[in-house]
Design a protein around this ligand. Structure first.
Ligand code: AMP
Length: 307
């Protein structure tokens, strides 16, 4: 039984108020794999060009990421994305998106991935995400989907088709508003859950994340950090921590999802401390438990009810 991750593997160029990176390794699938592999083995589905460093693939393999679902298109270029963050570090502008290998990507699910119990659809072309669901002979226990405004702007109908097939959607607050046409996040959540997913996570950057299911809501804060160096990949890292915890514990109850959100938030708080995937490559199991404990302290309080 396994966790299958689908998502972009990319080159990114990032500008923040603190500095500028050259072309560095990025991609939603990359962040998810680096993060989730702390908790459970990962089977990865993606595509890269001949320019993607073999060393990066080797490092992922060494961490327990099975890359047999990653196609290498020798004569093509890897997906490229560049973005610039505003001073508040919560909002950013996409400067450039070069789809390259993503343009005609047709994923092939290897036979050895058919034991997929948990499926994490990281940010990618919605039809590609859907194709992976359709190729699985047995429906996974939990299908989680992430997406972004880019796909809402150019292929909303395609995105909604995939949305109808998943159990849980993760988006940020502005994407939830864009998808639902509602400003209130509570109304937006109700509208989105009518489109298919029974669970919805709305990420609010430095203001934490909300989990909705039926008429229940759970809120997890983000750790107040002195300095956010680069928020790129925080959402994907959150997804990797969330699904990594769920896959490790094999428990898809609402209660366990609350813990999974704390794990995701703890991992995301590490991700933003350095450029790109750098910090995720450095942290140890001990660092992870320490950070999760900080979260427990952050939200733990006693209360005497009045009356
Ligand atoms: P996040 O900061 O969590 O939203 O994710 C940032 C990552 O998403 C970057 O590493 C990009 O390479 C990747 N990304 C940006 N745009 C797209 C897109 N249209 N499709 C797939 N991945 C993307």
């Amino acid at each position: 039984m396994s966790l299958v991750v689908v998502g972009s593997m990319a080159f990114d160029a990032i500008e923040t108020p603190f500095g500028k990176s050259d072309k560095i390794i990025g991609g939603a699938g990359t962040y998810i794999a680096w993060c989730a592999s702390n908790f459970t083995p990962v089977k990865q589905i993606s595509v890269v060009g001949g320019d993607f460093p073999q060393e990066e693939l080797d490092q992922l393999t060494a961490r327990g990421v099975d890359l047999s679902g990653v196609q290498i298109k020798k004569d093509e270029k890897t997906f490229f994305w560049s973005g610039r963050y505003h001073m508040d570090m919560n909002s950013r502008d996409t400067l450039e998106t070069q789809l390259n290998v993503l343009e005609n990507f047709e994923p092939v699910v290897p036979e050895s991935f058919q034991d997929c119990e948990f499926l994490m659809l990281g940010n990618l072309v919605p039809a590609v995400q859907r194709s992976v669901i359709e190729q699985l002979k047995t429906r996974p226990k939990l299908i989680v989907m992430d997406t972004m405004n880019f796909w809402m702007e150019i292929m909303m109908d395609e995105l909604k088709k995939t949305l109808a097939m998943v159990d849980l959607l993760m988006v940020n607050d502005s994407e939830a508003r864009q998808l639902s046409g509602e400003y209130s996040l509570v109304k937006a959540a109700a509208a989105i859950m009518k489109m298919g997913p029974k669970y919805l996570i709305i990420k609010k950057g430095e203001h934490g994340a909300l989990l909705f299911h039926e008429n229940k809501v759970f809120f997890a804060p983000a750790l107040p950090l002195e300095e956010v160096f680069d928020p790129t990949g925080a959402g994907d890292t959150f997804a990797g921590g969330f699904i990594g915890h769920i896959a490790r514990t094999k428990d898809i109850s609402f209660e366990n999802m609350k813990t999974a959100i704390i794990v995701g938030s703890a991992m995301a708080s590490y991700c933003v401390e350095k450029f790109g995937t750098q910090r995720l490559r450095e942290i140890s199991k001990e660092d992870i438990s320490n950070r999760i404990n900080e979260f427990v302290q952050l939200v733990n309080f006693d209360i005497d009810l009045v009356g």
